[in-house]
Design a protein around this ligand. Structure first.
Ligand code: F6R
Length: 612
């Protein structure tokens, strides 16, 4: 999981950068590096592996500087080698980067045509060369960065230094977290405030699209080219990583962390648009044998499994069943040979899921039936991870809010990666299709970022729910589980009774509930079912129901009387359920806040259900 630390000070900041990187180690990474500006020179060290390797190298070379940037990299584009480790350099410029530059290949080609030579396989290096090129026309580092940023597509955060600007650290936040640590006569940056707690407890949280120029004594922030003030927030000394930061609730923070969380989950599996050679390597023998998949989970994790069923069957033709663990464990299901049992769990400790797993393993062993087990989980040390043959981690970071948000979308991301891996192992997916889906997966963080920009529109809609007692969520195909998930989110944190339905079921019962008082939330991405869904919407309107539609921007569904539409950016049908999770999470969140409930710890619920 990539991490950024940087600073500009009077003193040498070498040790501060190394300590900062160590504090980010828990996020996972495969190489680390730093660059310091000292007496007009750029001093750089990079190492594959642990930060301690970098630390030793830096100690030996004894490099120091009062301006610098550092990075832990989890390889996305290009293998985990020293050459690919950050910072990346172009002449006198050094850059660290979290996130993805989606259009780097086009930019790289242009820069190569201009004579720039690349020394890495990364998407990051284009940023360094672009800045170098922009500086040819304008002798101002900040202006050069400002000029190139509009050319970068994707979700990212950048830290930039230049030897001719020895008191200047430039940062950009566009979809990846970045915080400024405010010191006295020194200032710092990081992707996570945790890294800076040894040097300050005063933070400025940059917003999406912000750029900043830090010197030892000043911090200038710009939004869309205009200077802007952002508040300095002081954290109390006991603050830990489990801090809400600039957010009012953990749930909101976790909703906003999704672009980064998804990107981290992707990083462990993809190298560019192919699967990494080491991704689930040990599971290949099992995957090549399996004839079907059985998913077992509870709650939100079960909804993730429901979507994965569509993917396993439609994308790679592998039969897949999904069942709620509390049912599965007590009905003595037939154990079928050559089945891959997949447990899905944020915590990895959920009692029913764990019991269902143990029971399945016991009965398979007793009857000599060959099965394989795999856990999709957010906690690396959990029981489920330890007790299954294989595991795939969702790298969402700690989820504190009881209502699952980033754990859910990273579970879906992990599931898609699993489907691709199983499909590739069983030769059930072409390299072209795999590459196409991988490219869309990398595109997900930026689509989610764009979707998050509808937060205010969704807040406005939420006001219309405050007085309601009931609500229906409708979707078709992979949006049916999102309808269930939306209803679950709304009921658990706002205490409004909500039901999710497959829209095709409307006429078979729930339509009887629809009247003037019934808000109906519709999930309407661009897919084969859109016309049928539009008919369902008419059925609701004819009975006086009020529609709240999250619709693809090209769906031609527009707002009108008693029909409120939020237009969601277009995304491939495969990944639409991940994107449409965002508006239902935001809607539930805002309704709950307006109703004054305890959003992060709703009544009667616990984060980890370790008892039956
Ligand atoms: C709902 C929610 C729960 C959990 C369920 C399973 O927002 O968080 O429904 O999904 O309790 O928990 P895990 O995923 O830890 O097994």
């Amino acid at each position: 999981m990539c991490g950024i630390v940087g600073g500009v000070a009077e003193r040498s900041i070498t040790n501060i950068l190394i300590e900062g990187l160590k504090r980010l180690e828990y996020r996972g990474y495969d190489s680390a590096g730093l660059a310091l500006v000292s007496e007009g020179q750029l001093l750089r060290e990079r190492r594959v592996g642990k930060v301690i390797n970098l630390d030793t190298a830096v100690e030996q070379s004894d490099i120091h500087g009062s301006l610098g940037i550092a990075h832990t990299r989890w390889a996305t584009h290009g293998k985990p080698t020293e050459n690919n480790a950050h910072p990346h350099v172009s002449g006198k410029i050094a850059v660290v980067h979290n996130g993805i530059i989606e259009n780097y290949q086009v930019l790289k080609q242009k820069l190569q045509d201009l004579g720039y030579v690349f020394s890495s396989e990364t998407d990051t290096e284009v940023v360094a060369h672009l800045i170098a090129d922009a500086l040819k026309e304008n002798n101002n580092l900040f202006a050069a960065v400002e000029k190139i940023v509009p050319q970068l597509e994707g979700a990212y955060a950048l830290g930039i230094v230049h030897t001719d600007y020895p008191d200047e650290l430039i940062v950009v936040r566009e979809g990846s977290p970045l915080v400024i640590g405010v010191g006295i006569g020194e200032n710092f940056i990081s992707s996570d405030q945790l890294a800076l707690l040894p040097v300050t407890n005063r933070f400025i949280y940059l917003e999406e699209g912000d750029m900043a120029r830090l010197t030892r004594d000043s911090i200038e922030i710009f939004a869309h080219g205009q200077a802007i003030e952002r508040p300095v927030k002081e954290l109390d000394a006991t603050v830990s990583h489990a801090s809400k930061g600039e957010y009012k609730h953990f749930m909101l923070k976790e909703i906003y962390e999704q672009p980064e969380a998804i990107q981290q989950t992707l990083s462990q599996a993809l190298n560019g648009n192919t699967l990494r050679d080491d991704f689930l390597k040990d599971a290949e023998a099992d995957f090549s044998q399996i004839k079907q998949v059985q998913i077992i989970a509870c709650g939100t994790s079960y909804h993730a499994g429901m979507i994965a069923k569509y993917w396993f069957e439609q994308l790679i033709g592998l039969p897949c069943q999904v069942e709620i663990a509390s049912e599965y464990r007590y009905r003595s299901p037939v154990i079928v040979a050559d089945t891959l049992y997949v447990c899905v769990s944020q915590s990895g400790e959920t009692a029913d899921t764990l019991a269902a797993l143990r029971d399945t393993q016991k009965r398979a062993a007793a009857n000599n039936i060959n099965i394989a087990t795999l856990t999709i989980c957010n906690v690396a040390t959990s029981s489920m991870v330890r007790e299954t043959n294989h595991h795939l981690l969702t790298l969402a970071g700690p989820e504190i809010g009881v209502a699952s948000t980033k754990a859910f979308t990273t579970q879906l991301t992990a599931f898609m990666l699993l489907v691709l891996k199983v499909g590739q192992t069983k030769q059930q997916i072409s390299a072209a299709q795999l590459g196409e889906i991988a490219a869309t997966l990398w595109h997900l963080p930026s689509v989610i970022l764009k979707t998050l920009q509808f937060n205010n529109a969704i807040l406005n809609l939420s006001e219309l729910f405050v007085e309601k007692n009931h609500c229906l969520f409708l979707g078709r195909g992979t949006q049916f589980p999102i309808a269930l998930e939306g209803a679950l989110k709304l009921k658990e944190i706002s205490y409004i009774h909500a039901e999710g339905y497959a829209a095709g079921e409307l006429k078979h019962g729930p339509l009887a509930l629809v009247d003037n008082e019934m808000p109906v939330v519709i999930l309407a991405p661009m897919d084969d079912m859109l016309d049928k869904l539009k008919s369902n919407m008419e059925e609701v309107q004819a009975r006086g129901g009020e529609l709240f539609v999250f619709a693809d921007e090209n769906s031609e569904i527009n707002s009108k009387d008693r029909q409120h539409v939020v237009q969601i950016p277009t995304i491939s049908t495969w990944l639409a359920p991940i994107v449409y999770s965002i508006p239902v999470q935001l809607l539930s969140y805002h309704v709950a806040v307006l109703r004054g409930t305890d959003v992060d710890q709703p009544r009667n619920l616990a984060k980890s259900v370790t008892v039956e």
